[in-house]
Design a protein around this ligand. Structure first.
Ligand code: NAD
Ligand code: TYD
Length: 355
């Protein structure tokens, strides 16, 4: 990132967006971030509390579907790039209620692209050459792998299976089309499962830590042998910054941790770390409970992240061992953060999903 850069970040009060905003403002003294977030159940200003008096961070509560607001922000702040995280992001919620996923992930991305296209058309030549629209997406758009299948590459055909992944796939296609048709300088990243600080405790790792400490069951869907690739969130954020700075326009970059693991192994690792760092009278592993499987549950995701390494020189810094230990330590030291987000709405969700 060069000096005097202004980014319009969407969804910067969520898990990955929040980590990105904190990391990038700390790393780049000349960076300004305009952070547009609707503050849905998943958005949390407490994540950004350390930025309260930072003039380089401007938080705006608003919806990416509100084109008037987005255009006003663009005219006022003249961003050099849009980094688009805002989305509905939880597969289980998309199964219970897909409507919001269609609205934010598809309509919202369309609306943001239209605003960016209008803004881009008004820029002078040098500003146009520098402008970027970076779309943050997921490996789930590629569908599910068998045990012996090769990992997803950037040319794997799309085969989304959940309303969440279908809505993200649609948004990826729109981004691609805006580059191809209108010449919008887009970049797309498709990343595997993230973990780390500030993740909402509906997702596997923070949910298991929260439930373990609360003495509740650790609900394993199906046989627990579904496989995901796991990446420490700060590594994802540096990958995004790398693609933003050096990525080739119109290209897609897969981002992954080279770290495939079955869910049961993840949960057992969490239990043994908690046994070590916060011992109770018996092992947390005794709380493991098998529950009904998720409908349409994708069996395996795996990412081939060689393109971003070969072309842009990015590789994750954390191993799973270092990243997961840091993560457990963070949740133990910040129990208040999780307790504060476990709102009434969250309790209703748990009652619905795990009934
Ligand atoms: P999250 O659910 O933690 O955060 C999403 C944020 O977007 C929240 O702050 C929410 O308030 C905001 N938001 C939702 N709807 C909005 C709207 N209409 N207008 C403005 N803001 C809105 O999600 P996350 O896990 O941080 O994921 C961020 C992005 O990364 C998503 O696009 C997701 O698809 C992608 N992704 C996530 C993972 C993962 O493991 N979490 C992996 C790969 C890709
Ligand atoms: P999740 O964190 O929801 O991410 P995604 O579905 O986007 O990969 O789930 C990760 C894996 O953990 C997935 O295979 C579903 C499984 N899982 C459970 O077994 N129990 C749970 O309570 C949750 C939330 C997830």
């Amino acid at each position: 990132m060069t000096s005097q850069t202004t980014l319009l970040v969407t969804g910067g009060a969520g898990f990955i967006g929040g980590n990105f905003v904190l990391q990038q403002l700390a790393a780049n003294p000349a960076l300004r971030i305009i952070n547009l977030d609707k503050l849905t159940y998943a958005g949390n200003l407490q994540t950004l509390a350390s930025l309260r008096d930072n003039p380089r961070h401007v938080f705006v509560q608003g919806d990416i579907c509100d084109r008037e607001l987005v255009q006003k922000l663009m005219r006022e702040h003249r961003p050099n790039a849009v980094v688009h995280f805002a989305a509905e992001s939880h597969v289980d919620r998309s199964i219970h209620g897909p409507g919001e996923f269609i609205r934010t992930n598809i309509d919202g991305t369309f609306s943001l692209l239209e605003s960016a296209r209008a803004y881009f058309a008004e820029l002078d030549e040098s500003a146009r050459a520098a402008f970027r629209f970076l779309h943050v997406s997921t490996d789930e758009v590629y569908g599910s792998l068998g045990a012996d299948d090769a990992p997803f590459t950037e040319t794997t055909p799309y085969a989304p299976n959940s309303p969440y992944s279908a809505s993200k796939a649609a948004s990826d296609h729109l981004v691609r089309a805006y580059h191809h048709t209108y010449g919008l300088p887009t970049l797309t990243t498709n990343c595997s499962n993230n973990y780390g600080p500030y993740q909402f405790p509906e997702k596997l790792i923070p949910l298991m830590i929260h439930n373990a400490l609360a003495g509740k069951p650790l609900p394993i869907y199906g046989d627990g042998m579904n496989v995901r690739d796991w990446l420490y969130v700060e590594d994802h954020c540096t990958a995004i910054a790398t693609v933003l700075a050096q990525g080739t326009l119109g290209e897609v970059y897969n981002i992954g941790g080279w770290n495939e693991k079955p869910n049961l192994e993840i949960v057992r690792t969490l239990c043994s770390l908690l046994d070590e760092l916060a011992p109770a009278s018996q092992s947390f592993a005794n709380q493991i409970t098998y529950v009904k499987d998720r409908p349409g549950h994708d069996r395996r995701y795996a990412i081939d992240a060689r393109k971003i390494e070969r072309e842009l020189g990015w590789r994750p810094k954390e191993t799973f061992e270092t990243g997961i230990r840091k993560t457990v330590q963070w949740y133990l030291a910040n129990r208040e953060w999780t307790n504060n987000v476990v709102s009434g709405e969250y309790r209703q969700w748990v009652a619905l999903n795990y009934r």
